[in-house]
Ligand binder design. Structure first.
Ligand SMILES: *Cc1c(COP(=O)(O)O)cnc(C)c1O
Length: 390
């Protein structure tokens, strides 16, 4: 009996599994493990959003199959959010689509827009889903290398011509997971210009669009004139409102692309539970003070952790966005060796950078989506037990 497609057999192994194995071993050995690998916020979903869900779930009409493209309230709310945040006008009927989390949308986008053999350009290091979704759609993935010396932005002129000729899609992700880098609107201007020249679709993943601090606000690629001809932008409620388990996000922008994705989706899923959409609409359009409050918490944690890492000889720097620190591995270790050493000596788990692509080798990621007390214990252990020389 055939139990696995070649497509599935040929995708690279799930690298987080290695770290999970190390973690299980340490737990079994009775070590008090502090997992700074998880990207799932510890802070609770704000109460007014939970309350809205509780209300909406009482209405029997909301318990039926949801609308394929998303409830009118949700699509209107995303439209309002884009107008208020970015001054961008969207047509809620054709330029907004509700998603079961942005990961679902990214995964289903590729088989909706590319054919076997088409190239997809994506950030390296980057969110692993871009690569996997490309391979699952029989596409070819080209790693655009992101280097610290270029502020973790791709250099478009380094992409070889033979790749560009077959490239259909380019992923961009700012504020970035894992690097924490952010961009200004000039970068998006350049990217849209490049996309026009080479007839590419830009997919901007803005999962961390609201997780910003130090007076930085993240722009939207849709603020660039004419960008709707060449771009879609994915957004998520998961990180800004601590709603990872709710599974709700959206995609906005180019209407032909959104049409293709909605046709694909209508054949494999049936949308987001309506009460969740209504609560998400409420989150996007009501008081945003919880977002600011949470961002201040992440910022504090980041400063505490960066100081601790610097004190043991690691060249860590705070960022203006996201809840990750991305830092170079010290002293000749590979990413995996370093993570294993730190776990062995302190019980603290970092994420090895190579999980995010070949360009992540030599780096590690620290998540700050962990309760303050645990961050403090981790920091104490790091200061006490580790030293990598200056
Ligand atoms: C967390 C994350 C997502 C997925 O978010 P969901 O909306 O919960 O599916 C997408 N992109 C990046 C870069 C992320 O870190």
């Amino acid at each position: 009996m055939k139990t696995k497609s070649n497509r599935l057999a040929n995708i690279p192994p799930y690298k987080f599994a290695e770290v999970q194995k190390m973690k299980q071993k340490a737990l079994k050995a009775g070590i008090d493990v502090i997992d700074l690998g998880v990207g799932d916020p510890d802070l609770p979903t704000p109460k007014h959003i939970v309350k809205k869900l509780e209300e909406e779930i009482q209405n029997p009409a909301n318990l039926k199959y949801p609308s394929f493209i998303g409830s009118p309230e949700f699509r209107e709310a995303v439209t309002t959010f884009y107008r208020k945040s970015y001054g961008v006008e969207l047509d809620p009927d054709t330029e907004v689509l509700a998603l079961i989390g942005s990961k679902e949308g990214i995964g289903h986008l590729l088989p909706s827009v590319i054919d076997p053999g088409d190239y997809v350009l994506g950030p390296d290091p980057g969110y692993p889903v871009y690569r996997m979704a490309t391979l699952l759609a029989d596409g070819k993935y080209y790693d655009m290398s992101l280097e610290a010396s270029n502020d973790f932005k791709p250099k478009f002129d380094e992409i070889p011509n033979d790749v560009l000729e077959k490239a259909k899609v380019m992923f961009l992700n700012y504020p970035s997971n894992p690097t924490g880098a952010s961009v200004d609107i000039d970068f998006y201007e350049e990217a849209v210009g490049f996309a026009k020249k080479h007839d590419l679709l830009i997919v901007s993943d803005s999962a961390y669009n609201m997780v910003t601090y130090n007076d930085y606000t993240a722009p939207s690629i849709l603020q660039v004139n004419g960008s709707k001809e060449h771009a879609v932008e994915f957004g998520s409620l998961s990180k800004s409102y601590s709603m990872t388990g709710w599974r709700v996000g959206y995609v906005v922008g180019n209407k032909e692309v959104i049409k293709s994705l909605s046709i694909y989706k209508s054949n494999v899923d049936t949308g987001v539970f309506t009460p969740i959409q209504k609560a998400a609409a409420h989150a996007l359009t009501s008081d945003q003070s919880s977002v600011n409050e949470y961002n201040q918490i992440y910022k504090k944690r980041m400063n505490t952790m960066v100081e601790a890492l610097r004190s043991i000889g690691i060249d860590a720097n705070p960022t203006n966005a996201g809840f990750f620190i991305w830092a170079p591995v010290p002293g000749g270790y590979t990413s995996e060796e370093f993570v294993a050493t730190v776990l062995e000596q302190t019980g603290v788990i970092f994420t090895p950078g190579n999980i995010f692509g070949p360009g992540g080798e030599g780096y590690f990621r620290v998540s700050l989506a962990i309760p303050n007390e645990r961050i403090h214990v981790a920091v104490e252990r790091i200061r006490e037990k580790l030293e990598f020389g200056k």
